[in-house]
Design a binder for this molecule. Structure first.
Ligand code: CP3
Length: 360
């Protein structure tokens, strides 16, 4: 295991751990992506998205691109949540303009019963990318590792791709809860091993994306999504080389379950833009840090309006006090159509406008 350069900017990690910071740190979900011309150029050289994600040299290059342009406070591993079902043998592929698909989705009992935790060596290219990115960062900012939640992975594994209504996966959940539980247990064990291996490879924080938790009914969400995310959080290594490895749980559409999500043991909860940060902070107190939650479409507005909306998010969280913690982010991934200059305005606004909230 290589020794990595000391961290020069740990603002993001301190905010996640609810320690004092001088300004509100920020990073953006999907910060390395198609809105950047340099990403599109590297992707053309790699041939495809999977060509990028499966090659540690390309993955390192695109991970660093947004950091070279903007003063972001964290890097996120360039990969995808669907590497995990791919390693389980489902056969991931992308159709241009249609998003991810699987050659062998889980449709019958036999396929589900055959599902098992894959050997982590099949994901070695991800761990190699983590180590290479961490080295290339030279301590500039911390590196975030990530995974999909057990439920969100199950959605793609059963549907065989994206879905508008999730009727195949939900029908399995209601008709054959035994099969769904087997999938979710297998996914939880796999995700825990996967994130722990990313931590061993050099990830300094980890995030679990439960993008489709909000598609579930109240009661079903707790039983089929949150429970298994909690199993993952419990199984995570909490410290590496004497430093705490904070965890973030993001459930899109999970605002109504905020207190329950805050109670599963993660250090931070990611919020989409439907949630008011003041209300959220009042509900969770000092139990967790909050991450979010600017509407990504604000980045299509003029710089003045971006400033104003950033101020609203910062104002909603409010003045920092002992035990508070806020990481600025979008409420979901950045759109591929975002003008890159809008991000310049965003980063500048967050870094300057947040300072007065941290003076206490
Ligand atoms: O945030 C980052 O910069 C890190 C990289 C990252 C990607 N996907 C790269 C990517 C992360 C964290 C993800 C997570 C992911 N992937 C999620 C959870 C987060 C979320 O957005 O809700 C989900 C649901 C996926 C599955 C996935 N991958 C979809 C639905 C798509 C197609 C959507 C689209 O925008 O086309 C992908 C492809 C993908 N993953 C792209 C990127 C940059 C676009 C690929 C391209 O270059 O064509």
């Amino acid at each position: 295991m290589p020794t990595f350069a000391p961290l020069q900017n740990d603002t993001f990690l301190r905010a996640l751990l609810r320690q004092p910071v001088e300004y509100t740190p920020l990073w953006l979900m999907r910060q390395a992506g198609r809105y950047l011309p340099e990403y599109r150029a590297t992707r053309a050289r790699a041939g495809s998205f999977l060509g990028l994600a499966q090659n540690p040299d390309f993955a390192t290059e695109v991970t660093l691109q947004p950091l070279d342009r903007y003063a972001l406070d964290a890097a996120i591993l360039f990969s995808d949540i669907l590497t995990v079902p791919d390693a389980m043998g489902l056969g991931l592929y992308f159709v241009e303009g249609e998003g991810p698909k699987f050659e062998r989705p889980l449709r019958d009992e036999k396929q589900v019963r055959a599902l098992a935790v894959p050997d982590m060596s099949s994901l070695q290219y991800v761990f190699d990318a983590v180590t290479q990115i961490r080295s290339a960062l030279s301590g500039r900012v911390p590196l975030i590792g990530f995974s999909g939640s057990p439920w969100t992975l199950a959605c793609y594994m059963v549907e065989g791709g994206g879905s508008d209504d999730f009727r195949t996966v939900k029908a399995m959940l209601y008709n054959r809860p035994d099969l769904m539980q087997h999938i979710l247990e297998t996914n939880a064990a796999t995700v825990a091993a996967y994130l722990n291996a990313q931590i061993d490879a050099g990830a300094q924080a980890v995030m679990i994306f439960d993008t489709w938790g909000g598609a579930l009914a109240d009661g079903i969400y707790q039983q089929y999504s949150l429970k298994y995310t909690q199993d993952v959080v419990r199984a995570l290594q909490k410290e590496k080389d004497g430093r705490r490895i904070p965890s973030i749980v993001f459930t899109k559409g999970g605002g109504l379950w905020l207190e329950e999500i805050a109670g599963i043991g993660a250090d931070a909860v990611g919020l989409d833009w439907t949630v008011n940060l003041k209300t959220a902070r009042a509900k969770v107190g000092d139990q967790v840090a909050l991450q979010g939650n600017l509407d990504p479409t604000v980045l299509f507005a003029q710089p003045e309006r971006i400033h104003q909306e950033v101020a609203n998010v910062l104002q909603a969280y409010g003045a920092h006090t002992a035990g508070s913690g806020h990481v600025f982010n979008l409420g979901h991934g950045i759109s591929q159509f975002t003008p890159p200059e809008a991000v310049t305005a965003l980063v500048e606004a967050v870094h300057t406008l947040s300072r007065p909230f941290h003076v206490a």
